[in-house]
Design a binder for this molecule. Sequence first.
Ligand SMILES: *[C@@H]1O[C@H](CO)[C@@H](O)[C@H](O)[C@H]1NC(C)=O
Ligand SMILES: *[C@@H]1O[C@H](CO)[C@@H](O)[C@H](O)[C@H]1NC(C)=O
Ligand SMILES: *[C@@H]1O[C@H](CO)[C@@H](O)[C@H](O)[C@H]1NC(C)=O
Length: 505
Amino acid sequence: MLPSMFFCTIACAAITIARASNILVFMPMPFKSHVRGFQPLFEELSRRGHNVTVVSSYPQNRQIANYTDIGPFISKNHERNVMEMVNMNFVTSALSVWEVGVKFSKILTHKAMVDFLQTNSVSFDLVIIETCCQEYTVALGHKFNAPVINLVPTMLWSSISKWIHVPSTFSYIPNVLLEITSDMSFTQRLKNTITGVLQLYIENYLYLPKMKEVMDTHFIYKGWESRPSLEDMLNNVSLTLVNSHHAVGVSRPYLPGVIDVGGMHIKESNSLSEDLQTFIESAEHGVIYFSFGSLINLNHLPKEKLNVFFGTIEKLKQKVILKWIPDGSIKLSQNVLTGSWFPQSDILAHPNVRLFITHGGLHSLEETVYYAKPVVAVPFFGDQHLNMKLVETKGYGKVVDYFEITEESFGNAIKEVLSDPTFKKNVEIQSRVYRDQPMKPLQRAVYWVEYVIRNGGAGHLKSDSVELNDMQYFLFDIVFILLILIVCIVWSCYLIVVRNASKLL
Ligand SMILES: *[C@@H]1O[C@H](CO)[C@@H](O)[C@H](O)[C@H]1NC(C)=O
Ligand SMILES: *[C@@H]1O[C@H](CO)[C@@H](O)[C@H](O)[C@H]1NC(C)=O
Ligand SMILES: *[C@@H]1O[C@H](CO)[C@@H](O)[C@H](O)[C@H]1NC(C)=O
């Protein structure tokens, strides 16, 4: 009895030690919501005993066990005014993604980054990266001889899905940069195809060489000369974790190595602070929560737009919680509570909160669907237009166009969503779909990350098609031969008919 117990203890200890891995998360780009969306995963991995090192522009302001932050690499006054992005059309927004990638690669010259990239003393068993606008990061998998996991901040799009051969059929899978749903008109399919072709092919000639240049300048380490091509390394990513779910996105085909983990940041709601609790519960007509997320600063909006927003919410009989600190010159009425930060998810969980006014960011929508609150949205850029188009199709919210917004249109949208019970009913349906999952998104993400570690990169999850070139994949060679065959048959038939006809004459 005793010896076997002793043996068991040793064996169990060995298993635990074998499971604890050194994990590198490398996402230095200044995209706050991308890092924050996956932050719960990094922390959960450290809680499970892995040694997690996170290289990002957004370090935590607290100590976490088994967790090391490296960064930031960008100072606050260098942050973008994202309002520059609202004027883009579907082609310029595709091009601007490339521009962002090139422009922000200067982060790699930051001293702390250079130090990190040049040390040879650390080793990692797994490398987690985000390839959006920073494809070169995949080289770290080669440097540390470790499998690579790619994090995708929104629904998959062609720039990312092409490497792992997930089909992105343009006829019904909307591109994240467009304002369309799966049900497309002819023009929409045309736009979707143009954007898709830009990302599938043109990008490889205009943008990828720049990423290679960045890689060959900054990712120099022992043995880098024998590194596979950037394309080969991107083809070789072990697992892709996507911030999406069909309740807030679309229904589309995947491969075994692509896992939806949207909503990892949603925790069971905590109780609210006393003043928030009082504010919400004393609202006779309910409360509206108003936040444009972490990226859009209301102070960057033109005065006349601000006046529309404030003019409208001040006249509402509902109370409003507004995530914004107005400057001294603006006085808002009694029904509006302002602050630089609020526990958004706990507020949305409160039954007396009736509506969420949002920019249509994915994390916000995931929370609002989870807590079944309908929305009114003013989308600005990126995937926000697509997200809101999907919300409208599913019938749990209304969109107000930023350029055409007036007190009347904004006010009417708010009144309609509050007074028509269909919006609430539809969001409750989505909420049920979203909650009914075999395991929570965070557990699922952890399971698959550890699966990749256990299975040494899990190469078997990859598509069997990654070895094929486009000619083979799309069967162009076969179609070509078949066409020749058909032409030959038709030509022979023609000759026979002509010969017989001339004999008859
Ligand atoms: C840190 O990792 C060790 C094992 O490496 C584990 O036993 C411990 O629980 C972890 N600490 C926390 C606070 O999660
Ligand atoms: C954990 O990671 C940090 C930062 O990369 C490193 O300094 C430390 O040595 C690692 N700890 C272990 C036990 O490997
Ligand atoms: C692909 O990944 C595996 C395991 O992660 C690694 O052993 C292999 O060298 C990689 N191949 C290429 C071409 O990057």
